[in-house]
Write a new protein. Sequence first.
Length: 228
Amino acid sequence: MMVSIVMPTFNRKDILLKCLRHLDMQTFPKKDFEIIICDDGSTDGTKLAVKKFKEASKLNIKYIYSEHIGSSPVRNFGIKIAKGKYIALINDDMIPDKHWLEEHMKTHEKEKGVAVHGFVDWDPEIKINEFMRFIAPFGPEYDCRIKNWNDAGYKNFMTSNLTLERRWLELEKFNEDIKFASCEDIDLGIRLEKHGLRVVYNPKAAVYHSHIYYETPFYRKMFIVGRD
């Protein structure tokens, strides 16, 4: 097994299925990657939906379920059972381009022992408002104006679109005291950088964020990020 895609989910059955459909279209060989879905206590029928999808697909899917304990603990468990040499970290509302995994692996072939961060933009199939265009892909939420592609820094250790060798995650893991999606990835990136990990950037390894934001919910999210 070359790559293990570790993806947490919580009550987003429909968008998770869309993500899986696009993973099914990857140009990277299906035999060389597995998908580990880490369900953080969903109550919307996610388990049954994944079961039906798995039965109709040739993808190698593992589904694990836990009580609602937070994205960091379920990610850590998914990484623990992963079999791939590389771990791909992606969120359930990120829609990967068909060349996404292939592009990540091309970079790993050229650059040994690095983490690879890819481009993040909005899903063109959703209605993108003015506020969303302000915060990404060149704003405070996702800023892809990366000047040094060979050393993008720990701030670009972002689990929306990231791959690295599993051995790095044997040195450090996600901080399970950070329960929500609130910079727990950058926190891990800081610690791994101290072990010598370098983040490189490949804009061709693209994903598309299928999530609609408005100002007030985003401010609440930023409050949680600041608190954590």
